[in-house]
Design a binder for this molecule. Structure first.
Ligand code: SF4
Length: 354
């Protein structure tokens, strides 16, 4: 069956179709699989703003650095965030100025640190989409259970539907979305129905291995081809091709927990600006655990020629940036998309021969 799907996608000769993947793990999986090179020239895959680290604005990094330089404060976070440029430097570079920054592998590591060092105020740099936010609810539960008073979160949490809405509203020339697989595990496939209906655009939820990608892309292409027919039959343009882990309603327990702790608000996406309702913030009743996450709106480039904003919106491919592979490489990243392993430029650099 997969061979037939592949053949169909190779030979496709209908109207041009552009699909956007909005998940950093899909960006990585698609780049690694080399799938683009075997699709018909009439099927184009573009990457969207699916890497949570890449879309965190410089003002957020600046605030982490500011806190890390304060007496008695230590910032803990995941590795990728250490290399993302702020307006003047990265968190890693700020260590040279005396900033106290520790990398952790799990947010729960910081519980141990906070218990062992009660004299230190720990701030966890929490970035992520719907996939990761449930982990932070577990962390918040633990902070409350342990009655820790020296641990807070500085959040840059974002939700997928508002940015997809923003892209469609802004006239992005897209025919369909490869909906994020991991996000969908939490949110369920029904999450995309309002957007599919509003913009009459197909969404397909796919897995990450090459066979799952081929099956998903084939399914979305077929939905694009039969769109009018499906709509006149009253069908919804959302299809779940990742049924082994994604359900229609998602993980309701995780969703309830997210609703308990967080509420939506405006958020700045690097290079894209402020998107209403696209951020999640700790509710006022949990402000004790918030290190000041709202209003970190500053968004500056360290290299003015960096075109991350256009890459994140799927307007250009990484290789169209004049710095790609020359001045900008994973060893000397000039923009956020070259830093994270889920960044579009990073993946396209690693897999540039595919
Ligand atoms: Fe920015 Fe580098 Fe990507 Fe160019 S190649 S858009 S400079 S991250």
């Amino acid at each position: 069956m997969i061979e037939q799907y592949m053949e169909y996608l190779k030979q496709y000769d209908g109207p041009s179709i552009t699909l956007m993947e909005v998940c950093g793990s899909h960006t990585a999986a698609i780049a690694k699989s080399g799938i683009r090179s075997v699709l018909s020239p009439k099927i184009k895959l573009v990457s969207g703003p699916g890497c949570p680290v890449c879309v965190s604005p410089s003002g957020y990094v600046d605030q982490l650095i500011h806190l890390a330089l304060e007496e008695g404060v230590t910032i803990t976070t995941f590795g990728d965030l250490l290399r993302i440029p702020g307006s003047r430097m990265t968190l890693n570079e700020s260590k040279g100025l005396g900033a106290k920054v520790e990398m952790v592998y799990s947010p729960m590591d910081v519980i141990r640190l906070a218990k062992e060092n009660p004299q230190v105020r720990y701030v966890f740099g929490a970035v992520g989409f719907e996939t990761t936010i449930p982990v932070y609810t577990v962390l918040l539960d633990a902070i409350r259970e342990e009655k820790l008073t020296n641990l807070q979160l500085l959040t840059a949490l974002k939700c997928m539907p508002p940015v997809i809405d923003w892209l469609c509203e802004g006239g992005a020339k897209l025919d369909g979305f490869i909906a994020p697989g991991h996000v969908s595990v939490i949110t369920g496939s029904s999450y995309y129905i309002p957007l599919a209906q509003k913009y009459r655009i197909p969404f397909g939820i796919t897995g990450f291995n090459p066979k799952e990608l081929v099956a998903g892309i084939y399914g979305i292409v077929r939905m694009c081809e039969k769109k009018e027919e499906l709509l006149s039959a009253g069908k919804v343009l959302v299809k779940n091709f990742y049924t082994s882990v994604v359900t229609e309603q998602g993980n309701t327990r995780a969703l309830e927990k997210m609703e308990t702790y967080f509420e939506p608000g405006p958020a700045v996406w690097r290079g894209m600006g402020n998107i209403p309702g696209s951020g999640l913030y700790l509710k006022p009743e949990f402000s004790l655990y918030d290190a000041g996450s709202r209003g970190l709106d500053d968004d500056q480039k360290i290299n003015k020629a960096c075109r991350c904003d256009q890459v994140l919106m799927g307007k250009i491919a990484s290789k169209e940036c004049p710095l790609f592979g020359k001045v900008c490489t994973p060893l000397s990243p000039q923009g956020a998309c070259m830093v994270s392993s889920e960044g579009s430029c990073y993946q396209n650099y690693l897999n540039r021969d595919n």
